[in-house]
Design a binder for this molecule. Structure first.
Ligand code: HSE
Length: 314
């Protein structure tokens, strides 16, 4: 039988944005970025209060359908505990619908906040392996979810295509010379809408092209950043998505022409450039800024952190 947690327990979680795919690693490679959402939760006697500040404020539903709330409930249920009521606060820095893993962050952060509540009961919190499985099942994108759980760069994979796939991930040791320059546009794009642009079948030639680049990308990310440009070429999703996000496609082209390894961040429309040292060329940054992108440098993100009995937000 599910045991209800007492009211008055508090917990928090901090969770990173992420870039999925990294070019050729479609639905597999991921990278956490130093842009974080914060979640605070308190158990109460009844009901649900949720407030959101920052990204998504005034846009996301403030009821039980809120993704963070659903993830907290899911995490409590997985650990065999419940809560009569919840008070949830989200302070969001990750922009929505840009390809920066905001949904994965909401799910991973919610599960981690639940973990921090569970840690105050007799039940065992979820491990990283379980967090990856549950968040990937819940959100559907193991490349983003694994990066949000583990931090850094990850290779994720899915075992089984049926209704109950197993998800797993292994961390990569990102080379310290690699610099990350996300470009976040004002316009939004839905991953579901740009996934339907992808064909059901790909040619053997294109599959071979991507297999070799994805394998090379693991080498480039960990040992040979000088190979990043060649290693980030892709034929499986970026060309097919280009027409839906022409400014992103053009920005990619400008960067790659000047020797910088640039890729769509996840399903876009954000773009991320990985440099093995130099700053981005001025011509590219000017194009980005003139076309509504905010171009900045970020560090690699840390894995999700959670704490019991503390208030993460101010
Ligand atoms: N691999 C997914 C896609 C990432 O490209 O559709 C979604 O963030």
């Amino acid at each position: 039988m599910t045991q209800n947690l007492p009211s008055g327990l508090t917990a928090g979680a901090v969770v990173a944005a992420s870039s999925a795919n990294l070019g050729p690693g479609f639905d597999s490679l991921g990278l956490a970025l130093s842009l974080y959402d914060e979640i605070t939760v308190e158990t109460t006697d009844s009901g649900l209060t949720i407030d959101v500040e920052g990204e998504g404020a005034g846009q996301v539903p403030l009821d039980a359908s809120h993704l963070v709330v659903r993830a907290i409930r899911h995490g409590l249920q997985a650990a065999g505990v419940g809560a009569a009521g919840l008070k949830v606060h989200c302070r969001n820095a990750i922009p929505h619908s840009r390809g920066l893993g905001s949904s994965a962050a909401a799910v991973v952060g919610g599960l981690a906040a639940a973990n921090a509540l569970v840690a105050q009961s007799d039940s065992a919190p979820l491990t990283d392996v379980e967090l990856i499985q549950l968040s990937s099942e819940f959100e559907g994108h193991p490349d983003n979810a694994s990066a949000a759980v583990l931090g850094g760069a990850v290779v994720s994979w899915t075992d089984g295509e049926g209704p109950f796939p197993r998800y797993a991930a292994a961390p990569l040791r990102l080379h310290p010379d690699i610099r990350l320059f996300p470009a976040i546009p004002e316009i939004r794009s839905s991953t579901a809408e740009t996934r339907v642009l992808l064909p059901d079948h790909v040619s053997h030639v294109d599959a071979r092209f991507n297999v070799s680049r994805a394998a090379l990308l693991v080498v480039a990310l960990t040992e040979r950043p000088d190979l990043l440009l060649e290693a980030t070429a892709d034929r499986l999703h970026q060309p097919q998505r280009a027409a839906a996000m022409p400014a992103s496609a053009e920005y990619l082209k400008i960067l790659r022409r000047s020797g910088i390894a640039a890729v769509l961040s996840g399903a876009g429309p954000a773009v991320i450039a990985l440099s093995d040292g130099p700053d981005l060329p001025a011509e590219a940054v000017e194009f980005g800024t003139a076309n509504g992108f905010t171009v900045s440098e970020m560090r690699v993100g840390e894995g999700v952190r959670w704490a019991s009995g503390v208030t993460v937000n101010g």
